[in-house]
Design a binder for this molecule. Structure first.
Ligand SMILES: C[S@@+](CC[C@H](N)C(=O)[O-])C[C@H]1O[C@@H](n2cnc3c(N)ncnc32)[C@H](O)[C@@H]1O
Length: 204
């Protein structure tokens, strides 16, 4: 793990473990896209509020994250947890999942690692399987502009941490190998703060 990783040493979840995240359960608004059949991977699941919801929908959910603190919380309602680093080869078989979900968890990586990850997601999805998620939108840059350094196109170092901000074109480019079904720009409240993000629904 690099010193600039956004999530070093579980620091993030040590601070936020007891926060209420039910407020941004946006998948309910897109319920008709989820057929509730089969296996779902919640990649970068955090404390698992989306995992919990997908279980309620009827999916068999595997909750995966790098943070042990967060996974311990998920264990309270899902025994299918796995600790992994998204940048590595994903420890799943080809075509294992009907749905791969990644909420605000794939925007911390270099262009090379992001492209590698998307190939991995495609590999583990069944044909016609869905890749759904959200990423931080470029509008967020306005708030932190003075404190960031762009180290790659739309990839920033901010307070000694790395993060990527997306515009709609970035999503289209990164998802070029998928059929894009929907892209929505939205605003949410997370940890009591406003946040701009982009939702995508894509099919293998
Ligand atoms: C902003 S949180 C989102 C968590 C959850 N999906 C949600 O919506 O609340 C980002 C998550 O990505 C995880 N994460 C960050 N880098 C990761 C990596 N390299 N491998 C696996 N998980 C990672 C973090 O531990 C964290 O739980």
């Amino acid at each position: 793990m690099s010193a600039k990783d956004y999530f070093k040493n579980d620091e993030y979840w040590s601070k936020h473990i007891n926060k209420n995240l039910e407020e941004d359960l946006w998948i309910d608004e897109y319920r008709n896209y989820f057929n509730s059949k089969g296996k779902c991977l919640d990649l970068g699941c955090g404390i698992g509020q989306f995992s919990k919801q997908f279980i309620k929908y009827g999916y068999e959910v595997v909750s995966a994250d790098i943070s042990e603190i967060a996974l311990n919380k998920v264990k309270e309602f899902n025994k299918n947890i796995i600790k992994l680093d998204i940048r590595d080869r994903l420890p799943f078989k080809n075509s294992e999942f009907d749905l791969v979900f990644a909420n605000l968890s794939i925007h911390y990586f270099s262009d090379k690692d992001t492209k590698k990850l998307l190939l991995e997601i495609k590999r583990i999805l069944k044909d016609n399987g869905l890749f759904v998620g959200s990423v931080n939108a470029i509008q967020g840059l306005q708030i932190i502009e003075k404190e960031v350094q762009e180290i790659e196109y739309h990839f920033y170092e901010y307070k000694d941490k790395l993060m990527r901000l997306f515009d709609v074109n970035d999503i289209k480019n990164y998802l070029a190998d998928f059929d894009i079904i929907k892209i929505d720009e939205r605003e949410t409240i997370r940890f009591e703060h406003k946040k701009n993000y982009i939702i995508f629904i894509a099919k293998k």
